[in-house]
Design a protein around this ligand. Structure first.
Ligand code: PEP
Length: 248
């Protein structure tokens, strides 16, 4: 029912020339993938990535979007600008942005609403810190982040949303949540969405796992009933590894 979606998050990696090489390698490897394939790339590489993937089964996304249409927001990129260069998805509220760049539940909400208003599909990240998991606050944290991100949206808006559950302690650390741990929290997030928007929206919503997902653990994670895909950092930078995750 829910089409799996595997998205790469390149973070601050790959110049245009490097993007060209990686996409050239990736395209044939994922051409017959059953899952939806997305690569979220640095702003400077979006246009080239969109050109190179045109007509293929790879969609291109950005890694953030401004909450305003235009104006005095030095360093920000608007949804219209992203659409103009060919982005269709956008990651919002990644833990690196929450931790290092002051992103809050409120800015995540505003960016998500802006993406949707402009026809970009947001991949909204939620997830707890290690200290929060260890003190039994995982559910409280992901509930606050989920309710915060989607406040004020409609059921129709939610059709275009993807959530990425990324326990912060598993990102880039080589530590993965067990498949059962990931599924348990994702099922909880789905229940929060159900409380907000009803069962139909919750059952249709795709929720990814993210955090050191790689070719070795993708099969077990994707076998879980509530895990509908992955947001892949490190392993998305090598075509062969990313393709193996895509084909889990
Ligand atoms: C991420 O950046 O969203 C991520 C999950 O990174 P990694 O796969 O490297 O842990």
């Amino acid at each position: 029912m829910r089409k799996p979606i595997i998205a790469g998050n390149w973070k601050m990696n790959n110049t245009i020339a490097e993007a060209q090489k990686l996409i050239g390698e990736l395209k044939p490897l994922v051409a017959d993938a059953a899952a939806e394939v997305v690569i979220c790339v640095p702003y400077t590489a979006i246009q080239k990535a969109a050109e190179l993937t045109a007509g293929s089964n790879i969609a291109v996304g950005a890694e953030n979007v401004a909450w305003a249409d235009k104006g005095a927001f030095t360093g920000e990129i608007s949804a219209a600008m992203l659409k103009e260069v060919g982005a269709t998805y956008v990651i919002i509220g990644h833990s690196e942005r929450r931790q290092m760049f002051g992103e809050t539940d409120e800015t995540v909400r505003a960016r998500t609403a802006q993406a949707l208003k402009n026809g970009l599909k947001p991949i909204v990240c939620v997830g707890e810190l290690l200290s929060e998991r260890e003190s039994g606050k995982t559910e409280e944290v992901v509930r606050r982040q989920t309710e915060g991100a989607f406040a004020g949206l409609t059921a129709a808006d939610m059709e275009n949303v993807v959530i990425a559950y990324e326990p912060v302690w598993a990102i880039g650390t080589g530590k993965t949540a067990t498949a059962e741990q990931a599924n348990e929290t994702i099922a909880y997030i789905r229940s929060v969405v159900k409380n907000m928007f009803g069962a139909q929206v919750a059952n249709a919503l795709r929720i990814q796992y993210g955090g050191s997902m790689n070719p070795a653990n993708a099969t077990a994670l994707m076998a879980q009933p509530d895990i509908d895909g992955g947001l892949i950092g490190g392993a998305s930078l090598k075509a062969e590894d990313f393709a193996k995750v895509v084909k889990y």
